[in-house]
Design a protein around this ligand. Sequence first.
Ligand SMILES: Nc1ncnc2c1ncn2[C@@H]1O[C@H](COP(=O)(O)OP(=O)(O)O)[C@@H](O)[C@H]1O
Ligand SMILES: [Mg+2]
Length: 425
Amino acid sequence: MISETQKQKPRFRLHPVAILNSQRLRRSLMDTYDQKSFYKYIIGIILLLLSIGSLFYTDKLVEELEQREEREVQLYAEGMRYVFNSPFDENFNVVFQVIQDAVNFYQIPVIYVNENNIPNPNKNIEFPANAGPAEKERIIQDKLADMKLEHPPIPVDLGRGRTGNIYYSNSFLLTQLRYYPFLQLSVMLLIGYLAYLAFSSARKAEQNRVWVGLAKETAHQLGTPLSSLMAWVEYFRSDPTIDPSIAEEIEKDVIRLEMITTRFSNIGSVPTLKEEPVTEIVTNFISYLEKRVSSKVKFSVFNELADEQTALINKNLFEWVIENVCKNAVDAMGGIGEINVTLQAPPNTKEIWIDIADTGKGMSKANMNKIFNPGFSTKKRGWGLGLTLAKRIIENYHSGKLFVKSSEIGKGTTFRISLNANIIE
Ligand SMILES: Nc1ncnc2c1ncn2[C@@H]1O[C@H](COP(=O)(O)OP(=O)(O)O)[C@@H](O)[C@H]1O
Ligand SMILES: [Mg+2]
């Protein structure tokens, strides 16, 4: 049994300057995050403005080109009228050439339909190389139907009350130009997306290096004083004039420090995963934690897993995750309330769910999106690193998932750890 006095060990107090510095560092961590999303918005807005500008500009070009093409067709119609009305003109051929050149230059497809509804002649209509007269006829009828929807016909006065009509459609160039901005926009978005992927994966790789390096270094630096402390404990033990309970208490703390060092060194190397019994690990660790937090927090474990259910786990790191989540739960309840841990393996999934539910103050939807960001904390002395680390441990090292399953202000929060189950034969 641990007595009340032992439980209330003197709390380690940070020097006020250290507190100030830690808050400053935390704030700067958060600032980097806010800045990043700020830049994202700015770049997004610039891209949007560019695309809108490009759309408007091409639209103007399209409109202008459309008017120009219409004028060319009108000129063609005018030429036709001239040719039909003065068949013996000596300039006949020249005029005909000129009017044909106009539509040819812009590659505008035109079909002349005479007063008897016969579509002939046509210009700039493409036929397959081996098309027979029947197929050509069909193609012309199809085109004509399309053209009738596209532009109103331009009438050609043939004199003596007869009129023909010229139907036309936009040139290929104009059609291309019309769709160009959309093509441009898609290419721009695609490039933007690829660039984002490249940058964010580079950033993640860099973050990883920082984490891993820092953890390795910490473990390394803690190693030396720890072995020295161990030697001191042995020394105290061998001295009969020193109360043996002192050595015992110091040893407990040294063991605890060793555990922390192992965690850091595990983070700093590729951690080895072992097939571990999930229920046993969780239950044991919860009872270990229970003794170390306020007695006003009631822990319960509801186990629905088979005892032999295993998962690939790095015990040390996994326990760290449980500890982080539970400590946050205790904080959220102000040290009074219940923590319910449920273990289950839902059928038809190859997953094991470990739900950790508290009766704490819950969190807002807005905060729910931020709690896994490094440096996000709502606590006066929080570093906002616990959940970031926990998520990395579960997702990067265990290929599992860690997320907020549900949270309600004033009611409580449930975190879910999902691990890959080892299938029981
Ligand atoms: N169980 C919980 N209930 C309510 N809020 C929580 C809970 N767990 C985490 N949070 C919120 O997430 C934030 C980040 O948690 P964490 O990364 O562990 O950092 P820290 O504990 O240092 O604040 C906390 O400050 C808190 O606002
Ligand atoms: Mg925390």
